[in-house]
Design a protein around this ligand. Sequence first.
Ligand code: AP5
Ligand code: ZN
Length: 216
Amino acid sequence: TNIILLGPPGAGKGTQARKLVEERGMVQLSTGDMLREAKTSGTEMGRRVAEVMDRGQLVTDEIVIGLIEEKLNTVQASGFIFDGFPRTLAQADALGELLAKNGQTLDAVIEMRVDDAALVARITGRYTCGNCGEVYHDETKPTKVAGVCDVCGSHDMKRRADDNEDSLKTRLMEYYKKTSPLIGYYYHARKLFTVDGLAEIDAVAAAVAAILDGKA
Ligand code: AP5
Ligand code: ZN
């Protein structure tokens, strides 16, 4: 089963993707994570994307499609979770072609619906384990022991450079302008499902699971 998690910054895509990896053994393909990795690699591409990302703008289609293509050609999985990709109509077309080329299909696009007011609180309270990637929040999902990852015990907690109100404003504008048209695109392709992203993390997970089980 291959699915897309679609939603604005802070909707909870990464949080739900990690649960699916844990519970169903699916493979998460997050272009945001791949780009953040490229950022720290010290390569020319890394330097170019860092600036764009930190401002909150979208990286070029060419770069992200290339990253996804490489993964699809090298990683074997019973199911992929596309997290933060596609984000433009051109990326959606490219994904359709790449999957078809590998004899695969796209089974569901899950739109996580949240309102803007909630996103500021989600984004400004977020921190992540630098070792295992677990995602936390100051209020809604703090670590059990302050500064120590529940999952792996690491003390390496990180906040993202683009998790400030200014960059978030740009990220939201980019989302409404370039990414939200994908909702109509996948609706017409009869692949769209919507969940209430404002519900508690476990309730959202249950709604996502119900969609996947209906597809299995
Ligand atoms: P990316 O890394 O994809 O970031 P994003 O889309 O802005 O999404 P986030 O990671 O911010 O949010 P999320 O939905 O995963 O929420 P999370 O689960 O962490 O992209 C970053 C940048 O990279 C882009 O701006 C762009 O520059 C570039 N980029 C990436 N992909 C690209 C592409 N395809 N094309 C071009 N450019 C690309 O949750 C957020 C917080 O809320 C956490 O603290 C979490 O604990 C908490 N939370 C989650 N769910 C709940 C809940 N149900 N209730 C309460 N709290 C919750
Ligand atoms: Zn950890």
